[in-house]
Design a protein around this ligand. Structure first.
Ligand code: TRP
Ligand code: SF4
Length: 396
């Protein structure tokens, strides 16, 4: 059985907040028991926008890993590492840059968006231009199948797919490809080889998508093939050359319904986050329905971001109490916030507990990450060997 790897990264540009927890992290925790997962701190990506403040990146790297562990990421299941400790990402980035048209980069909407949104930062750098290609290298270097990301990242995944496809197209052609592919098919055993060839014909002659899926599943179950033969059979199936790089798919993280302190989506760029480490203060100072100037002014929960938190955190009874109390001025806003504060803190109880041992002994996290870097490098090196060879760089 060939592993369907999952890869994702986070930029260490600030403390993690409740939105990360309810969005990306919950998803990662679920995935770690279903797939081999690689999760990394994208410190190079952080520097593309924060190169003038490297101390911000430095400060957040270890805290970020601790927050992941606190949220339930299990280093016995998932591989945790730091991007810059796996230089193969950079090597693949350079090599992919040879075949990637500039226009692809400019087509990614986040390029212009970010430049507008972060107008106070200098984003007219070579590094920022390369952002999505570096991201492509992050994933392709592990031949990952799935990339859990938010909706805003989908164009980046699309670009990764194009980059992989183009690479395979340009470098997947080898002399005698067809004969080599047929020889590889024979190694499946005569019965499976026949099924594979029939499915291939169905797909290529009639565009039968089910046949394609069935043939892929057949190959994925095949454990005894060499990497090169696998690439040939996947490529031959679709009518191309060897599939050296895998086209990954986005696994959409359901957008967390959690609002920020201003009622908009919680996001660092809106400056409205509830950080995992300052819940009480953040919620106590959170704005409420502006109509409630005095304690005796009735309010409307629909106009209050605290109500949105009740919808996520409170049971029916508490909601009724808040709703009623608000509309009749029966309760004050601080009173209304208390059950939300309690619920968030209760939710975080196990997280704080898990975090404690890592806070007490920083070498634990260092060791987890050192192990992760080593595992990641081993996988990345395998891909790079193939990539170098395909690009004619394996001089002997
Ligand atoms: N660009 C991603 C973000 O801003 C972070 C990231 C970097 C990433 N490399 C990645 C995500 C590879 C998934 C896979 O959220
Ligand atoms: Fe918001 Fe609660 Fe105050 Fe009403 S009572 S305005 S819902 S915090």
């Amino acid at each position: 059985m060939v592993e369907e790897r999952v890869v994702s990264g986070m930029r260490p540009t600030g403390a993690l907040h409740l939105g990360h927890f309810h969005g990306a992290l919950k998803n990662w925790v679920r995935l770690q028991s279903e797939h081999p997962c690689l999760f990394f701190v994208a410190d190079w990506h952080a520097l593309t926008t924060h190169y003038e403040t490297p101390e911000v990146v430095e400060e957040n790297v270890w805290d970020m890993v601790i927050d992941w562990l606190a949220a339930g990421i299990d280093p016995a299941q998932a591989t945790l590492f730091i991007q810059s400790r796996v230089p193969e990402h950079a090597e693949l980035h350079v090599l992919l840059s040879m075949t990637t048209p500039l226009a692809w980069r400019e087509r990614v909407p986040s390029y212009k968006d970010q430049q507008e949104k972060l107008a106070d930062r200098d984003l007219s750098t070579y590094g920022f231009l390369g952002y999505p290609l570096l991201q492509a290298a992050d994933v392709l270097v592990y031949r990952a199948k799935y990339v859990p990301v938010g909706e805003d990242q989908v164009p980046h995944i699309e670009m990764m797919r194009e980059v992989a496809r183009r690479f395979n197209h340009v470098y997947g052609r080898e002399p005698g490809f067809e004969d080599k592919a047929k020889a590889a098919a024979k190694k499946l055993g005569s019965r499976k080889a026949k099924v594979y060839m029939e499915l291939r014909t169905k797909y290529q002659e009639k565009g039968d998508a089910e046949a394609l899926a069935a043939a892929r599943a057949l190959l994925e179950k095949q454990g005894n093939l060499s990497v090169a033969d696998r690439e040939r059979l996947f490529g031959y199936l679709e009518g191309g050359g060897r599939m050296i790089l895998v086209e990954p798919e986005a696994l959409l993280t359901e957008a967390s319904k959690l609002p920020g302190v201003d009622g908009q989506k919680m996001s660092k760029s809106y400056n409205n986050t509830i950080s995992l480490r300052s819940v009480r203060k953040k919620i106590r100072t959170m704005p409420t329905d502006p109509a409630r100037v005095k304690r005796s002014d009735p309010g409307d929960p629909e106009k209050c971001p605290v109500w949105q938190l009740h919808l996520v955190y409170s049971d029916e009874k508490t909601r009724q109490w808040a709703n009623q109390g608000c509309r009749t001025a029966g309760i004050g806003c601080l009173e209304c916030k208390q059950p939300v504060i309690d619920a968030v803190l209760a939710e975080q109880g196990p997280m704080r507990e898990r975090a404690q041992k890592y806070l007490d002994d920083p070498t634990l996290v260092r060791n987890i990450v050192a192990d992760g870097c080593e595992k990641a490098r081993k996988l990345a090196r395998e891909t790079m060997r193939e990539v170098r060879e395909a690009m004619g760089l394996a001089y002997t």
